[in-house]
Design a protein around this ligand. Structure first.
Ligand code: ATP
Ligand code: MN
Ligand code: MN
Length: 388
């Protein structure tokens, strides 16, 4: 009995949106293996299995120190039999045989390479693999018809598969800010996605744009895109218009978790010139005018003087801004867990547009993320602690 009591067990609430998860992860070996299995499941279109692995990994990320034995995991939520087997394997043998064999499998490797092309999802990659296409060379030789996004994705494959640094995200922020205020003075731009959560690198840079006067944001996206295009910043862009008002399902209850804002998926051309032009706060002098002296690449050595970067732009009316901000800051699992909490624990429907109380049959207004957490009966979790 006493030995039972001596085992210090962790206590973790079951929804990820009830927990504070920073970027500091004491169980990276375990969570990397689970994330790989989650990714493999998602790429194989087994969404349920993917979520189960993601939830298990998220619980381990929230622990204050490394797990050393299976007994410490007793009572923790979201750890299913499969995830527990993976964890046990790693604790006993130093690695998960399932994760290792998945990583080595031809199918996983091909799925990774092919979905690494911007514009290629799991379905397309799977079809190509069944046709014997396992890599980029084979894809190019196959004569497959590629859409515009995929062509751009293939063309900029190496750049787009290289992480975007925080420094480059700052340079792009400055460019987008210039674009936004040039086409509509008073419009506001906010960095969202992983960089808002404090990540030091990411797969893209995400921005939310609005105007403090409702309605002034209408038509803003095409103007921003035209400005960026005229300045030569865009290698590719696809704008999808806002379909929110036309949709049959009510605001809080979209038919899928896809939102309906006007948005632009783009590929930026980030030049060395722009990189040097931007002031870096940490090295700025008192007058704030000094720029960082990154070595000028030699144009004669054939070095490219720019890199391609994926950038997402979203425009929201100010009345929905708080919901959009919360919905686009992530992480993806944190968002999913917020919606699950709202539905299962509060009988409410949360989207990136609104919060609907199904019992009272009213929309709950909010002008800040804090208010939305309060409506949901959750403690406020700041962006830097949403890294589930
Ligand atoms: P990364 O560093 O990989 O970019 P991230 O957290 O920024 O990490 P993104 O894929 O850029 O990941 O997504 C940012 C946020 O936008 C996420 O919270 C996600 O839920 C939301 N999001 C992404 N795509 C959509 C979409 N099609 N519809 C609605 N929300 C989306
Ligand atoms: Mn992102
Ligand atoms: Mn994005």
């Amino acid at each position: 009995q006493t030995s039972e009591a001596e085992v210090v067990v962790f206590s973790v609430p079951s929804y990820a949106c009830q927990r504070r998860t920073t970027l500091e992860n004491h169980n990276a070996v375990l969570t990397d293996a689970l994330a790989l299995l989650a990714e493999n499941a998602e790429l194989s279109e087994e969404e349920g299995r993917g979520v189960a692995f993601r939830r298990a990994a998220a619980v381990l990320k929230a622990l204050p120190r490394p797990v050393t034995s299976m007994t410490e995991l007793r009572g923790l939520p979201c750890l299913g039999d499969h995830s527990l087997r993976v964890i046990k394997d790693i604790l006993e043998n130093g690695a998960s045989s399932e994760a290792e064999s998945t990583k080595q499998s031809e199918r996983y490797k091909a799925l990774k390479v092919l979905t690494g092309i911007f514009g290629v999802g799991a379905k397309t990659a799977d079809r190509w693999i069944r046709e014997g296409i396992l890599g980029l060379q084979q894809l190019q030789e196959s004569g497959q018809t590629l859409n515009r996004a995929q062509q751009a994705g293939l063309e900029h494959y190496d750049d787009l598969n290289q992480p975007v640094t925080k420094a480059d995200a700052d340079v792009i922020s400055e460019i987008v800010e210039r674009a936004v205020v040039s086409v509509l003075p008073g419009a506001q731009m906010t960095l969202i996605g992983g960089f808002r959560r404090g990540k030091l690198s990411g797969h893209d840079v995400d921005f939310l744009i609005t105007h403090p006067e409702e309605g002034r944001e209408v038509g803003l996206m095409p103007k921003v895109v035209s400005w960026l295009e005229s300045q030569g910043f865009l290698l590719y862009q696809k704008t999808t218009r806002n379909s929110y008002l036309e949709s049959k399902d009510g605001p809080g209850r979209p038919s899928s978790n896809m939102d309906r804002f006007e948005r632009c998926f783009s590929i930026f051309k980030l030049t060395e010139k722009e990189r040097r032009r931007t002031k870096h706060p940490e090295t700025a002098t008192e007058n704030g005018l000094r720029t960082v002296s990154t070595p000028e690449p030699d144009p004669h050595t054939g070095h490219k003087l720019w890199r391609a970067v994926r950038v997402d732009l979203v425009v929201s009316p100010i009345s929905q801004f708080a919901f959009a901000l919360l919905g686009w800051t992530g992480s993806k699992l944190f968002e999913r867990e917020l919606r699950r909490w709202a539905g299962h624990e509060r009988n409410m429907s949360l989207s990136s547009h609104a919060l609907y109380d199904n019992k009272q049959r009213i929309y709950l207004r909010a002008t800040s993320e804090e208010e939305i957490f309060a409506h949901l009966g959750l403690e406020f979790i700041p962006p830097s602690e949403r890294n589930t």
